[in-house]
Ligand binder design. Sequence first.
Ligand code: SF4
Length: 554
Amino acid sequence: MASTPDQPNAAAPRRKVSRHRGEGQWAVGHMTPLNANEQFKRDDDGLNVRTRIETIYRDRGFDAIDGADLRGRMRWWGLYTQRKPGIDGGKTAILEPEELDDKFFMLRVRVDGGRLTTEQLRVIGEVSQEFARGTADITDRQNIQLHWIRIEDVAEIWRRLEAVGLSTTEACGDTPRVILGSPVAGIAEDEIVDGTWAVDEAHRRIVGNKEFSNLPRKFKSAISGSPLLDVAHEINDVAFVGVRHPEHGPGFDVWVGGGLSTNPKIGVRLGAWVPLEEVPDVFEGVISIFRDYGYRRLRTRARLKFLVADWGAEKFRRVLEDEYLGRALTDGPAPDQPVQQWRDHVGVHRQKDGRYYVGFAPRVGRVDGTTLSKIAELAEAHGSGRLRTTVEQKMIVLDVERDRVDSLVAGLESLDLQVQPSPFRRGTMACTGIEFCKLAIVETKARGSSLIDELERRLPEFDEPITINVNGCPNACARIQVADIGLKGQLVLDDDGRQVEGYQVHLGGALGLEAGFGRKVRGLKVTADELPDYVERVLKRFQAERTDGERFAQ
Ligand code: SF4
């Protein structure tokens, strides 16, 4: 390593350097594990747990699982224990983790770039029906999650998934998570550049590689050459967004340091233009900076966004160029404002080869194993066998001839998978919530679904793009801070002073070039029962008071 920008300088006043001394950055020599998570990662690489899962835990069952494996290393293979049924949200913060643990797991199947074949989808559907009590959720990071998984079945599930090229490697944990990609990469008529090769090459170099399997915390990434900015690039640790350089042509604009949860931050541009073939090098450089300079002392400060906030874009780019790439990057332009407000690719759209793609909306990402198998059948009968997932919990069937579109649309709609959904069905997302998540305080999926029904019944004429994101706790798995209406689950008091499930409301968040966080409406908390009335009032007021062309977020 050529230099260490945060190396304490002996000549500097002691007070000035002390802020960095305890951050646990490896690159400045702080190699001693500073908390329990850093310790278990040092004790044994998370990837190594696979052998124990395939032998000891498969044969001896849940009770044989070592504690650090159960609550730590299992995540390196996409496994989280799920919440024991029947524990109410008021107990989430009170109980010990083992009291919340069920003996079943959530299993996250990573779908890099959102790319699936019908064969893969069919296998996920079969695994869901055989091993996961039929559960399946499409997540807002293009993955598919299954529940009710027994540890005894995991090795067999991997065998089936891996036989068709799927994996759960580093789907969770302090690792390079799924690489988001434009759901219409390679097919969209308006595409600036196809990032598919870069998604695959970054994955090949980094995922499952022990050079990158002990990061300070999770590392989220996105690559999209679509002018619709369709991968929520602003809230990823690193993102590559399609732009046309006036001299060099199509390539990518580089963003770093975005992330939500507590202390949300919109990523910053490095001001650098990167051609397709150099994206994996820059990706590797950024993730290496995170590994080497990322803060490891406090879990709450261990995301890349905190380092970027402290360094700023200029220093980050300098370290990337000087220490990791060994060359200067080319300056480049920012992406243009997208022309459409919906970026989910729902509906029927022409591809650049003259065929069509058909995007459809399940309710809040929830499907089931049988439905996945039926979607695979439909896609096979009408397309070429290619599908995509989106970052809005939606799906797309690719490569449909014009004269097959109506038949596909009818087939999807018969499964309640709407191709022309209401704005409420289209724009509502929900995280896992109290049904399975140990951190949850309130219900989300069923409530999001019933909210859609209520709003469709009460506001049948409403036709504005609107996003309503429902979270089960103060974390941000469903991106509440960047929704038009963000609902953060918590316990609230009803009119009789009883503690009931409800939501803190955030209004007016957005992604895109006007990205910003919704305002927490001071004191505005609604009970779950009041939710449809409240949202109806907000939307009616917006309709009545907006000026021409005004969007909800403005
Ligand atoms: Fe669980 Fe909270 Fe994330 Fe929802 S937002 S999935 S409740 S951690």
